[in-house]
Design a protein around this ligand. Structure first.
Ligand SMILES: NC(=O)c1ccc[n+]([C@@H]2O[C@H](COP(=O)([O-])OP(=O)(O)OC[C@H]3O[C@@H](n4cnc5c(N)ncnc54)[C@H](OP(=O)(O)O)[C@@H]3O)[C@@H](O)[C@H]2O)c1
Length: 338
């Protein structure tokens, strides 16, 4: 194994105050390993990925990151170079997603991270480090949504399943996973040019956001979806809930549209529908590890690389901006070089 360098490259987000107003800017900087937190496991990061939450962290969202300067990046995949935990060996390939990584712990937009052993998932057989970051938190979240829907009794025979925000990170992987498992998937997307991509992921039908939203204000809509994965929240989620079939479920995991839902109880008390909450951050490590194994085996997606655009640290800010503008398509994988 090559010697561990003393310095490494990272994206650093700085906060500046001008009167009352705070502003945020980023730059690629050289950092010292001593600046990383004193955690059990030091990992040389080979790949990270860009999630919506990273875009929030990089743009000063205090709900995600309280203090700056800060290095975002909620995902990292790489090789252990130092370990004070007997269960994690030097040279082992590992994945870290969620917990506090990239929130208030220096994150994966860097060539090194130092994390507690309790956050580390061994890379399962059947998945490369690169593939694990094509999936990243987006893939894990899509898998959690699918798992929750299946645990609530959803089967392909029940009919159409909807995915909102379908061309984004969570959405595109949810479309691919549900299609792989034999579901008839309808993808809802705001991007006219995302049709070929969504079809290639297995979507049977594609609808626009306007179609989904423009069905009037009635307390219940025509029953259509046997199940759904929603990353948008707000009015979109409420329209999905109103058009779930009797006993249907929606896995709710995102808020790109809005965190607020103005709702009534009618879908619940007249159609027995289920609103299923999904969090990928604090999932217990054993559950997370089991899901990664599932994504590497029975749920392994062929052609994962087709979903990814590979970028460097220098191209990261442009990628972050595209997600903030709702323009993300598939997954941005950050290659950190060795
Ligand atoms: N619960 C969890 O643990 C968890 C984990 C991961 C992500 N999330 C959340 O899930 C959401 C998606 O994350 P992501 O990383 O997949 O983001 P992303 O890659 O930016 O994808 C979001 C997609 O949503 C659609 N969209 C964007 N703005 C919209 C708007 N105003 N109204 C309707 N649709 C809009 C766009 O797809 P189309 O153009 O195709 O419509 C966009 O590509 C975020 O809110 C994120 O915080 C939660």
């Amino acid at each position: 194994m090559t010697a561990i360098p003393k310095h490494f490259k990272a994206l650093r987000v700085e906060e500046a105050q001008d009167g009352e107003a705070l502003s945020y800017s980023s730059a690629v900087v050289e950092r010292s390993l001593n600046e990383l937190p004193a955690n059990d496991v030091l990992i040389q990061v080979h790949y990270s990925s860009v999630n919506y939450k990273d875009a929030l962290s990089a743009s000063g969202n205090k709900g995600v990151t309280r203090q700056y300067p800060h290095t975002p990046g909620i995902d990292a995949a790489g090789v252990v170079v130092r370990s004070q935990d007997s269960s994690i060996a030097i040279g082992q390939s590992v994945i870290v997603t969620g917990y506090d990584l990239g929130m208030n712990t220096s994150g994966g937009f860097a060539q090194f991270i130092a994390v507690p052993a309790q956050w580390v998932v061994p890379l399962p057989e059947g998945l490369s480090l690169f593939e694990s970051m094509v999936l990243g938190t987006a893939g894990l979240t899509a898998a959690l949504c699918v798992e929750k829907l299946l645990n609530n009794g959803l089967t392909p025979e029940q009919g159409e399943v909807l995915v909102t925000g379908a061309s984004g990170g969570v959405g595109s992987i949810a479309v691919a996973l549900l299609s792989k498992l034999g579901f008839s998937v309808t993808a809802c997307s705001g991007k006219a040019d995302s049709q070929p991509m969504l079809k290639s992921l297995g979507a049977q039908a594609i609808i626009t956001r306007e179609e989904l939203l423009g069905q009037g204000n009635r307390p219940l809509l025509k029953e259509r979806w046997a199940g759904a994965v929603d990353v948008v929240g707000g009015e979109m989620l409420w329209n999905v809930m109103k058009s779930l079939r009797y006993g249907g479920s929606v896995a709710c995991c995102g808020l790109v549209g809005s965190p607020k839902i103005e709702a009534t109880v009618f879908p619940f008390i007249l159609r027995s529908v289920n609103l299923l909450g999904v969090d990928s951050v604090m999932v217990p490590l054993a559950h997370k590890t089991a899901l990664w194994t599932q994504l590497a085996s029975h749920w392994h997606l062929e052609h994962l690389a087709d979903l990814a655009k590979i970028i460097t640290l220098d191209e990261l800010q442009a990628g972050i901006d595209s997600l903030l503008q709702g323009q993300g398509k598939g997954r941005l994988v950050l290659e950190l070089g060795r």
